[in-house]
Write a protein that binds this ligand. Structure first.
Ligand SMILES: Nc1nc2c(c(=O)[nH]1)N[C@H]1C(S)=C(S)[C@@H](COP(=O)(O)O)O[C@H]1N2
Ligand SMILES: [Mo]
Length: 416
């Protein structure tokens, strides 16, 4: 019989799995994985055209943190499909590793005295930001993907600022701890309990082991593998997508036929009134250089049309393979309001949709000038379906799905 103990006592913690080897293996996996998450996250930020404020990036007071290094390109057309697929799928896959890592060091949270010196105090504050930041980023990310924007509009700045706080603490922690983690990995083996006994992570009075350290690690890896195998398919079509049972846009396609690929928000969900999309009612308004042109869908069909095979790739990580879009190149619409060949500017695109996020988006001139960037009227050989944006929608190579505005009503060309 042990007498009741508090978590502040080292002998309270009894798992024989805890120790520097276990913590170091998980730490090194997270070092690589979180670095990839941070880089792909920054790429996603750049892909939103953050300088074309305020419609795309409404992050307040972002200051220096709002930097990005280049205008998001339009080639290769699957670029965002790749970077954001990696961001979301890897983030989900790392959840068991993160939880196991936190579990492995939790006794340290309770050590007394809480602060031994100034340096120790600073390290503890950075650990608070690290652990809090990690839980915050993983939680907001998962909620966004699974619950379709639990905090509409605010997910973006929360995840953005959270990432900077978290990553600053992560770098400080890595600089302090990586040399030791690598030494641990070199000198300790999974079962090297004897050499580990002096470490503060090792339980001084452990219960008999129910699983070896390698076994515990295998369990964590198995959890990651299950999450990966039930998520990664959301970046592919057909039978592979059906394996993504944990992903909201995994599983079977929403229908068959030309429009039978993933839909983010249906026309009904965002309140598109189909009477407003009829041939009699709908007009596209194109503005720029002081000119305004109004076109019916039939008039758009008389302009030279072009086809492009392009995917839809959502910030939530899912994507479709190439679909065949057909419509009017955006640069030709810029010409209609007076911009010369090769001189098309940025454009603000507004939807018929009156409420909710994503009803407008700004595209950069390099996107407007790409001949594959279309105001699409057809997909896969037929009229757009209502849910994919009939009567007309934007499709731009390599851009995040959110920039591909559906049910377009107005386009305003100019330097944004
Ligand atoms: N008007 C409008 N356009 C929109 C959206 C929206 O909610 N409203 N969602 C965007 C997002 S986030 C994505 S990923 C794509 C999805 O296009 P799809 O539903 O045709 O696959 O549409 C984009 N266009
Ligand atoms: Mo999206």
């Amino acid at each position: 019989m042990h007498k009741p103990e508090l978590p502040t006592s080292p002998t309270f913690w009894r798992s024989s799995v805890r120790g520097p080897w276990f913590t170091s293996v998980l730490g090194v996996v997270l070092l690589g994985g979180i670095t990839v998450l941070f880089v792909t996250g920054l790429l996603s930020y750049a892909a939103y055209n953050p300088n074309l404020s305020p419609v795309n990036d409404m992050t307040p007071d972002k200051g220096l943190l709002g930097f990005y290094l280049f205008s998001w390109p339009t080639t290769p057309r699957w670029l965002y499909r790749l970077t954001q697929g990696v961001h979301v799928t890897l983030g989900i896959t790392l959840i068991p590793v993160l939880l196991a890592k936190l579990w492995s060091v939790v006794p340290k949270l309770f050590t007394l005295p809480p602060v031994r010196s100034l340096a120790h105090g600073l390290e503890r504050v950075s650990l608070l930001l690290l652990v809090g930041g990690a839980l915050f980023e993983f939680t907001t990310g998962v909620l966004n993907v699974q619950l379709d924007y639990l905090f509409p509009g605010s997910f973006y700045p929360l995840h953005f600022y959270g990432a900077w706080v978290f990553f600053a603490a992560f770098v400080a922690h890595a600089v302090l701890r990586v040399p030791m983690a690598l030494r641990n990995l070199r000198h300790l083996r999974g079962e090297g309990q004897r050499r580990e006994t002096e470490d503060e992570l090792v339980a001084p009075d452990p219960d008999p082991p129910t699983v070896s350290r390698r076994g515990a690690l295998g369990f964590v890896g198995g959890g990651s593998l299950v999450l990966f195998a039930t998520t990664a398919g959301h970046s592919f079509d057909g039978p592979l997508r059906e394996t993504a049972v944990l992903a909201p846009h995994g599983g079977p396609e929403p229908g068959s036929g030309p429009g039978g690929f993933q839909i983010n928000k249906t026309a009904a969900v965002v309140g598109i009134d189909m009477r407003e999309t009829s041939e009699e009612a709908w007009r596209l308004v194109v503005e720029g250089r002081g000119r305004t042109v109004r076109l019916s869908r039939d008039e758009l069909l008389e302009l030279p049309l072009r086809s492009a095979a392009l995917p839809i790739a959502c910030v939530e990580g899912w994507s479709t393979s190439d679909q065949w879009w057909r419509g009017v190149p955006l640069r030709d619409l810029a010409r209609l309001v007076g911009y010369e060949e090769g001189a098309a500017p940025d454009v603000l695109v507004e939807s018929l949709q009156r409420h909710g996020a994503f009803r407008h988006a700004a595209l950069r001139y390099n996107q407007v000038r790409d001949p594959r960037s279309l105001l699409a009227l057809f997909v896969n050989g037929e009229d757009l379906t209502p849910d994919h944006g009939y009567p007309a929608r934007i499709i731009v190579p390599a851009a995040p799905g959110v920039l591909n505005t559906k049910w377009v009503a107005r386009m305003t060309f100019g330097d944004l």
